[in-house]
Ligand binder design. Structure first.
Ligand code: SF4
Length: 205
């Protein structure tokens, strides 16, 4: 039987409705930097239900991308959330998925979408104003290789705000980046980083 995507309505961080997939959707650079250290890797280690959710959703997208998209559309039409978070676990993964993300944002203009990504080469084309894209930068002192500016094409760096984890003092915008307090429902700043001209900074959690 084909898998269907399983949407999470909220989590302990109050990120609101979200969809995740497994680490098979993360880019090659994640395997050198964050993949075994990020918060989602920890959640997956701690909870079988989270692991199952990620595996199921990776499979659902591979099995039938149209059914995957239709399930999300039905959810968004029925629930009308104010915000939506793509990939709390996993990443964009493919051009087809990225095109779907933009298509859905265009078709649901009242919903504010958010994604953190290291798939720098996939983030192309006109991005709808209600889809906030944040580049995920892995710094020093948090394990794995730290990223440098050479990892992120200049045209991409100039286009999107960044999320810093660890010591990213070599990057412009690190010193005055917003410090994440870990409660999205009370904060919501990441959805507006482009507007405010800020970046965001995470402690490894
Ligand atoms: S800065 Fe605010 S919106 Fe962004 S991840 Fe942290 S709590 Fe959530």
């Amino acid at each position: 039987m084909k898998a269907l995507p399983s949407i999470i309505n909220n989590n302990t961080k109050g990120v609101g409705p979200n969809i995740s997939r497994g680490r098979d959707t993360c880019p090659p650079i994640a395997y050198e930097t964050c993949i075994f250290k990020c918060y989602d890797a920890k959640f997956c280690k701690m909870r079988a239900s989270v692991r199952k959710n990620r595996t199921n959703n990776s499979r659902a997208w591979k099995d039938d991308p149209i059914a995957f998209e239709n399930t999300l559309r039905k959810y968004l039409t029925r629930r009308k959330p104010n915000t939506w978070r793509w990939q709390v676990g996993g990443d964009v993964g493919s051009q087809e998925y990225w095109e779907m993300m933009k298509r859905i944002a265009r078709d649901f203009p009242a919903i504010r979408f958010l994604v953190f990504s290291k798939w720098f080469d996939l983030l192309r084309g006109r991005v709808p104003g209600n889809l906030a894209v944040i580049l995920s930068i892995w710094g020093k002192g948090v394990g794995g290789r730290h990223m440098t500016k050479a990892d992120v094409p200049y045209r991409v760096r100039k286009r999107f705000p960044m999320a810093f984890t660890g010591d990213c003092t070599a990057w412009e915008g690190f010193d005055d980046a917003v410090r994440c307090n870990g409660q999205c429902d009370a904060c919501g700043m990441c959805w507006d980083l482009k507007k405010t001209g800020k970046n965001v900074r995470f402690e490894l959690h």
